[in-house]
Design a protein around this ligand. Sequence first.
Ligand SMILES: C[S@@+](CC[C@H](N)C(=O)[O-])C[C@H]1O[C@@H](n2cnc3c(N)ncnc32)[C@H](O)[C@@H]1O
Length: 332
Amino acid sequence: MTLDATLNIFRAIGEETRLRIMALLLRGELTVTELTLILGQSQPRVSRHLKILADAGLVERYREGSWMFYRAADPHAAPPGAATVFAALEPLTRAEDRLIARDLERFQQSREARARQAAAYFEANAAEWDTIRRLHLPESDIESRMRALIGDDPVELFVDLGTGTGRMLTLFADRYESAVGYDLSREMLAVARANLERAGVAHAQVRHGDLFSVPLDSASADLVCLHQVLHYLAEPGAAVKEAARLLKPGGRLIISDFAPHQLEFLRDDHAHRRLGFSDEEVKGWCRASSLELFATETLSPHTNEDGKLTVKIWICAAPALVRKLKTHASAA
Ligand SMILES: C[S@@+](CC[C@H](N)C(=O)[O-])C[C@H]1O[C@@H](n2cnc3c(N)ncnc32)[C@H](O)[C@@H]1O
């Protein structure tokens, strides 16, 4: 590493606001608006600091529609030395300092406000959710592809994270011995219970619970599902990590969500936070959770007037299982 590059990192980090920003971004990604509110500083000022941190390779930014997201750089992709700086900053994130403690408290409040906004949306739309879902997804195509992609391996326990109205529990009902779906919305769960009963699915249960801390033992599930959930979350990568924790060594995670898109109104009208995800981003979460992306499926959008959304299905598994599945596929 050159003297200049080293100096760049130390100059970038050697300032109070930038240290505060790094302490926040090491907790999780934020938009510039959220950072401005947390720090109590003007947007141009915060943007200037962020540019310095980004130029030094300590922060990554990405635009999605009209929102700009910032996060601490991936230590594997950041300049040499960044990982050491992040490690040195780690004690700061424990909030021993008064100012940092206040920032982190506001960070938490911002996350909670966001979660409340999404919860209010689901509360208001629980009864109509199945109809809303059909508006923007070619549902039957997606569901048949999901069933094909999970394969025929026996599934003792299926876990559906953010189960909503329990649609995935019904869809896979003939594939598992038992299942549990978790959701934070009691209104959604009430609809899910009625749907399961109507479909005669007695071997699945739904529980009120946060998908970021599921009350199940590690390595207990054969199949975990995150269907149309990640785009509501502030920390989608953390959801994948929790899903990975639940998987048995031979288990698989199935994620279905949108490919990157520009339909900004979904944020205002339907509480979306993220406008879809790229394969690269999903691969990154898998890497960070010791999973590997095994299969990707892209389902073309509807052709009707609202149909600008491409749906993706990603199947992830532990690397050893992926090697085995790939060997079988090439031998067949
Ligand atoms: C768009 S719905 C999808 C429901 C279902 N997976 C489906 O495809 O029909 C997203 C669901 O995620 C739930 N959710 C959001 N954040 C959650 C969290 N932290 N823990 C559990 N559920 C959550 C919402 O309450 C909502 O029911």
